[in-house]
Design a protein around this ligand. Structure first.
Ligand code: NAD
Length: 313
């Protein structure tokens, strides 16, 4: 029979593309429950889904920050039966920590961390009873490696990685699979929204040097990196489909092989010096050439590391 897949955050970007890709599976193997916080934003999804809407794809409201909204949504699913839960909803946060209020930081954790915890708490008991299920979480390379000026976003993804790494062990006992997807940069509204937020930023309480490092050093190299290494939401959707269709899905799934060397640095030197120094040099000494430097890094990394990504093709 068809597998029931519930996906969060489907009004744009990666979530939208995963929903449409699964709904258009040529063997119609999925019944997709595409969810979004605000149904008024459904047009893009509707357009992309075409005639799959109402057949292999249905739409329900769900705000990952609300217990009530999550419970209502899951109660609306037939027998509360969800085979595959894809936790995709997430928000970014960029800038010097001095200029970000604790309230704003909590909002990011509320969505990126507690949002996933809430979803898992609601769906897992039924999966446990059935002794089957697959939980997929949209993490990030920034769930594995800290990135300058993304301090709080990175922390929220690290929190989720820690939570899931711990959960995976008991879930295995119930025959429930847990997989993290760890993309590098992806061209979505995420990037646009963050750049809009940055343009409005006023940097209260931040010293001039820090503002300069952020605006004149970090932002241009970050833009370059997005240009040079960004993947598309289609790429991530294909990787996600591969993960859920694998007979033995992996726990961690980097999607961009340019990032395996970055993550490998951490494991190559347990003191942490190698990764901190490399990032320092990348940012402050190679800034404008950062993406070229990263390509060189990639070439220097042995093929066994490169094979460890999941490729979209
Ligand atoms: P996006 O902004 O297009 O999509 C995020 C979606 O989550 C939006 O539709 C948004 O409305 C939704 N959302 C936010 N708060 C919500 C809430 N409380 N309840 C329900 N939905 C909510 O960006 P995207 O790039 O498609 O991001 C999807 C996921 O991928 C996020 O978890 C993000 O952290 C992760 N990710 C993105 C990138 C990237 O470079 N774009 C890289 C790695 C990981």
């Amino acid at each position: 029979g068809q597998k029931v897949v519930l996906i969060t955050g489907c009004s744009s970007g990666i979530g939208l593309r995963i929903a449409v890709t699964l709904a258009k599976d040529e063997n119609k193997r999925y019944h997709v429950i595409a969810t979004m916080r605000d149904l008024k934003k459904k047009d893009k999804l509707m357009e992309a889904a075409g005639d799959a809407y109402g057949k292999t794809l249905i739409l329900l409201p769900l705000d990952v920050c609300s217990d009530e909204s999550i419970r209502q949504c899951v109660n609306n699913v037939k027998d509360r039966h969800i085979d595959i839960l894809i936790n995709n909803a997430g928000v970014g946060l960029l800038g010097p920590v001095e200029s970000i209020s604790i309230e704003e930081m909590k909002r990011v954790f509320e969505t990126n961390f507690f949002g996933v915890v809430r979803m898992i708490k609601e769906v897992m008991p039924d999966m446990k009873k059935r002794r089957s299920g697959h939980i997929v979480v949209m993490s990030s390379v920034m769930g594995l490696q800290g990135v300058v000026f993304n301090d709080v976003y990175t922390a929220s993804k690290f929190a989720m990685e820690g939570f899931c790494e711990s959960m995976a062990v008991q879930l295995m006992k119930f025959n429930i699979r847990l997989s993290m997807i760890e993309p590098g940069p992806v061209h979505t509204e995420f990037e646009t929204k963050m750049m809009e937020d940055v343009a409005k930023m006023e940097y209260p309480g931040v010293d001039a040097d820090t503002v300069r490092y952020f605006k004149d050093v970090y932002l241009p190299s970050s833009t370059d990196i997005f240009e040079a290494m960004g993947q598309t939401p289609e790429d991530i959707a294909k990787c996600t489909k591969k993960v859920i269709e694998s007979s033995s899905p992996r726990f961690r799934n980097l999607t961009n092989n340019l990032y395996t060397p970055i993550v490998a640095l951490k494991y190559a030197d347990e003191t942490g010096g190698l990764s901190v120094n490399t990032f320092y040099n990348l940012l402050f000494n190679f800034g404008p050439l950062m993406h070229i430097t990263m390509s060189i890094l990639k070439c220097l990394t042995c093929s066994c590391l490169r094979r460890r990504t999941i490729s979209p093709n």
